[in-house]
Design a protein around this ligand. Structure first.
Ligand code: PLP
Length: 381
């Protein structure tokens, strides 16, 4: 059997229809969207159409969409760009943010900002009483992700947004892991800014967007030719942007049709995992339908990932974006999970190509691997 891919929160395969939309812009339509001739006009039209497709998916006007090189740039652009416009004060970010929010926030400390981590409960949900307590201090920026990349837990962003607005802070959400999995409606989220990325929704890598409320202005991270309303200079990645637009067009249907199928497969998976003695993180909270994050106490997550890879299944340990590190997941530590339990964490994230038969095959392989590893651990004691 060929390798089965269960790591869709790390990245997704490129949808064939997205590739087809991109190909002309990698071949004959290679114009620079800023050029005044026919080649440039065609490229500009394509970028504008993609902007409309992205805007339609998240319920905003095209002018609110600023194309970036992906989620990392979007998050950095917001945190640094907002800080560049505001007087140093408090920046409040959840304790479970992706490093591309957590690190730029931390870096602001050098510029005189006070960094406040917002607590989560044992299921990984943001603690609204802690948000309210934090916002008693004058606060410039708040950032709370929509869905966590490890647990899949969905946050009540709108409620945090309400508190942030009342405190006159700028509110941002990293919706990279929510887009294409659940409905993402910018106006309903009550935020000033939102980050999204194409490669998590069956689009190409290296492209994404920062969606902005029309009333806020950011200091650009990149200066130069003044592209993207001066917010992101640099010749547009036309094929990537076209691919992102096509992926957004397909995403609405995916949320409707694929999500229930993935939720069913995850239930099938987690029923058996529980029977095998696994601890499932965040299972008491509302989660995106494709993600399951679990551990078998006593077994290292890294070992399990390698053994499962040898058996033909691609899953992730801890945070996928830092899988070379053996540090326990900061998200799990923030949830109060003990470091030795957190080290055992394995994430399985389903996607459009997966089938119940693959989940069954995975569970058979996992049963064998876990039994063998438990035996080895018992012998080592
Ligand atoms: N934010 C979250 C929650 C993510 O999971 C990721 C990617 O893993 C990113 C941001 C970074 O996005 P990109 O890979 O497009 O830079």
């Amino acid at each position: 059997m060929k390798h089965v891919y269960f790591d869709h929160n790390a990245t997704t395969p490129l949808d064939e229809r997205v590739l087809a939309a991109m190909l002309p812009y990698l071949r004959e339509q290679y114009g620079n969207a800023s050029s005044r001739h026919e080649f440039g006009t065609l490229a500009r039209k394509a970028v504008n159409q993609a902007r409309e497709q992205v805007a339609a998916l998240v319920g905003v006007q095209p002018v609110q969409v600023v194309f970036t090189s992906g989620g990392t740039e979007g998050n950095n652009s917001f945190v640094k760009g907002a800080a560049g416009m505001l007087k140093p004060g408090q920046i409040a970010v959840s304790a479970i943010e992706h490093p591309c929010v957590a690190k730029p926030a931390q870096e602001l400390a050098r510029a005189g900002w006070k960094v406040r981590k917002l607590a989560v409960d044992t299921e990984g949900r943001i603690d609204l009483t802690d948000v309210a307590a934090a916002l008693k201090e004058p606060t410039g920026i708040v950032s709370v992700m929509f869905a966590n990349n490890e647990t899949g837990v969905i946050q009540d962003v709108a409620a945090v947004g309400e508190l942030a607005r009342a405190a006159r802070a700028w509110m941002h959400t990293d919706a990279v892991q929510a887009l294409g999995k659940i409905e993402v409606d910018f106006p309903a989220l009550n935020v000033h800014a939102m980050t999204i990325s194409a490669h998590k929704i069956y689009g190409p890598k290296g492209v994404g967007a920062l969606v902005l409320d029309k009333r806020i202005e950011l200091k650009p991270l990149m200066s130069g030719g003044g592209h993207e309303q001066g917010l992101r200079s640099g010749t547009e990645n036309v094929p990537g942007i076209v691919g992102f637009g096509a992926a957004c067009e397909l995403a609405a249907g995916r949320v409707r049709e694929l999500a229930p199928r993935l939720a069913e497969m995850r239930s099938q998976l987690e029923r058996t995992l529980r029977g095998m003695g696994a601890v499932i993180f965040g299972a008491g909270a509302t989660r995106v339908p494709n993600t399951s994050y679990f551990t078998f106490p006593g077994i290292e997550g890294e070992t399990l990932v390698i053994e499962l890879d040898n058996a033909g299944f691609a899953v992730a340990s801890g945070a996928a974006c830092s899988s070379t590190s053996t540090e326990p997941s900061a998200t799990l530590l923030a949830m109060g999970v003990a470091p030795d339990i957190a080290r055992g964490a394995v994430r399985l994230s389903l996607g459009s190509g997966n089938t119940p038969a693959e989940v069954e095959a995975f569970l058979r392989a996992l049963t064998g691997v876990v039994a063998r590893l438990k035996q080895l651990t018992a012998m080592a004691v």
